[in-house]
Design a protein around this ligand. Sequence first.
Ligand code: T3D
Length: 257
Amino acid sequence: MSDTILYELTDGLAVITLNRPQVMNALSSAMRRDLHAALVRATGEARAIVLTGAGRGFCAGQDLADVDLSDGLKAEKLLQDEYDPIITLIAGCPQLVIAAVNGVAAGAGASLALACDVVIAAESASFLQAFAKIGLMPDAGGTYVLPRQVGLARAMGMALFAEPVKAREAVAQGLIWEAVPDADFAAHWQGRARHLATGPGVAFGAIKQSLRASLGNDLSTQLALEARLQDGCGATADLLEGIDAFLNKRKAVFQGR
Ligand code: T3D
């Protein structure tokens, strides 16, 4: 792994930092490879994962200086080989992935943030569907997540007019979970991440899997999935600990199994 991505594992929490602040963490090919490798590593050893950006931006999407336009943009292969595996891994891994959006998230940088399970933004951050400004359409899962989060009308407006959506507005529209004053941002997301890294991991994983699956399931399929996943939660030491802690009026100490 090169220095385009920083990786830190502390007490079960992996923090992955996009680290090309001089270009607002725009994604070069090498950086996408490193980001994917960092996520694979985190899914093998962490209980929760944070994705954040170095400097004043979260991620400005595709590095526009790192594209081969000699024969037009061969986007299909690039997306399938380099972007989509990252998005699929975030959506499919059992760990909760938190986007700690420290600044602007633009283009595929917005798609990357919005692919995460929980999005916490600094108040000064914004989300920009920058694609149409340069003659592209949202990708890296953008057209999947936008209408599901904010509805078709807002998704259409965001993609067509490419205006920045400030963090507070993003919360109001249901695009992200919360916006936090800049001064409190780091401590806040660290607290949220610590909560997820020390909680009942099997139940957290089941919540992620079931809520994500719900968007494509009918009721009977979803009920069957809930029953199966709850059975798994029911077999955990964390459930016994949670009930014992409740009955004895103490704070539960979960092990994630
Ligand atoms: O196959 C495929 O490739 C398809 C995949 C496409 C996915 C996509 O993501 S397409 C969309 C690509 N992203 C953009 O179009 C966003 C471009 N950037 C911006 O609109 C703005 O930079 C921001 C809104 C993100 C931030 O604006 P601001 O004013 O805060 O900062 P800035 O001055 O524009 O940027 C700071 C530096 O970062 C600047 O470099 P400099 O002048 O200091 O040397 C700027 O050129 C650089 N930078 C920002 N974004 C990118 C970038 N360099 C390369 N690629 C970028 N995307």
